[in-house]
Design a protein. Structure first.
Length: 171
């Protein structure tokens, strides 16, 4: 269950993270965080614990991501993607990240929703706080190439078959 969005501390009136984006964040098992190092070499890393914090920020738990942490210190520009693998739709968010460490005064503010999700099993070393600059949809090519015959229902059925998954209640 996603925590409610905190809109009390908005830095502006722009809403980058809409309710639809929040819905896809909550339906995604992983998000993918893309960073780059000092040579421009990209790095994409899966993150398991993440949340929409408010209408402008996504927070990601740094559990065991020294490369992402190092890259964010070098270049704060990042891209996050999250996709509902069954519907085969999602969003990518471009933004600027900062690494909020446990020793930082505002750590508990940013980490609260993540630590609630992580529990004692995954210690949150720091929080990647991403101020979102833009959001774009991600859709499987079938939606564009075969628009007349591709529906969310057909994509889910195809994904269930591909992954060998039974819907809850199926035996």
């Amino acid at each position: 269950m996603m925590p409610a969005l905190d809109t009390s501390n908005q830095t502006s009136n722009r809403i980058m993270i809409t309710s639809e984006v929040v819905d896809y964040i909550s339906r995604s098992v992983l998000c993918w965080l893309a960073t780059v190092d000092e040579t421009g070499q990209p790095n994409v890393s899966p993150k398991e614990i993440f949340a929409a914090f408010d209408a402008e920020h996504i927070v990601i738990a740094n559990i065991a991501s020294p490369k992402s942490e190092r890259n964010i210190e070098i270049n704060s520009r990042v891209c996050i993607s999250f996709v509902d693998i069954f519907v085969q739709k999602g969003f990518k968010a471009i933004g600027v990240a900062r690494n909020v460490k446990r020793s930082d005064a505002d750590f508990s503010r940013w980490s609260a929703p993540l630590e609630a999700m992580a529990g004692p099993k995954f210690p949150v070393r720091s929080v990647f706080v991403v101020q979102v600059i833009s959001v774009e949809p991600i859709v499987a090519p079938s939606y564009r190439l075969y628009a007349a015959e591709t529906t969310e229902k057909s994509q889910v059925a195809s994904a269930l078959q591909t992954y060998g998954v039974n819907k809850s209640g199926d035996v």
